[in-house]
Write a protein that binds this ligand. Structure first.
Ligand code: ADP
Ligand code: MG
Length: 225
């Protein structure tokens, strides 16, 4: 069952046909996923105060109903360390089409993975796991399963990745917490079942995983037309 707050966000988002990142992040937080600390600012004083609350370094991102792929319009700046850079970034981002605010988020570290799902009209949600970042387009290293997923399915999906060695510790890289990843995948499948009637696709790209935990750093929810 979806919480009232989640339903309200989805209802409001129908206006654009997709859920803006701050709202999508709220949904994922309410549904039990780990997300970075974040706030949305519209002007400089507010932005600075929010960044201080979160603690530098921070990430700044454009929030606009007209911008689905934020990097494509240079709408993401990572590693902001001071007020001046933050204010300059706000000035630049506020000129982007449809600007409604600038999301300021805590910097997260970890191995970038993608967890996504397309809602097939016949089969329902097909869940995808793959390596995130640029790798996802180059290597096409992904595994797919029909939701709902059990722990064991999530396990198999991880094992199917060619790059699984990167998850279990390769050379100097630390192994990630596979249990946290499995939990994230299974919870995602559960959410997809709950959203089945409403969404076309959902992408968590990236989810950042460390030896401790997995954090949803960016999320996109496309609603059915
Ligand atoms: P989009 O996919 O819309 O272009 P993202 O929010 O995914 O925008 O940001 C692009 C990239 O910036 C991510 O793939 C990630 O590498 C980095 N990034 C975004 N948010 C954070 C964060 N909170 N901490 C660390 N890196 C981030
Ligand atoms: Mg992204």
């Amino acid at each position: 069952m979806l919480k009232k707050e989640i339903k309200a966000i989805l209802e409001k988002s129908k206006e654009w046909g997709w859920v803006l990142e701050p709202d999508a992040q709220k949904i994922f937080t309410l549904y039990g996923f780990k997300t970075p600390k974040y706030s949305v600012a519209r002007e400089a004083v507010q932005a600075v105060s929010m960044a201080h609350q979160i603690g530098y370094p921070v990430v700044a991102k454009i929030v606009s109903p007209a911008v689905v792929h934020k990097s494509d319009v240079k709408g993401v700046v990572v590693g902001i360390k001071d007020d001046q850079t933050l204010i300059q970034t706000l000035e630049r981002l506020s000129k982007i089409d449809g600007f409604v605010g600038m999301l300021i988020a805590e910097m997260v570290k970890g191995l970038e993975l993608i967890i996504g799902a397309k809602n097939d009209f016949q089969f329902g949600p097909m869940v995808l796991l793959g390596m995130g970042g640029v790798g996802v387009e180059i290597y096409k290293d992904v595994s797919l399963r029909m939701a709902p997923l059990k722990d064991r399915d999530a396990d198999h999906m991880i094992q199917e990745l060619t790059a699984r060695k990167l998850l279990t510790g390769y050379r100097s890289s630390e192994p990630i917490n596979l249990n946290a990843l499995k939990k994230t995948i299974v919870n995602f499948s559960k959410l997809m079942m709950d959203l089945q009637d409403i969404v076309e696709s959902v992408d968590l790209n990236p989810v950042m995983c460390t030896a401790k935990t997995c954090t949803v750093v960016d999320s996109r929810i496309m609603l059915k037309k």
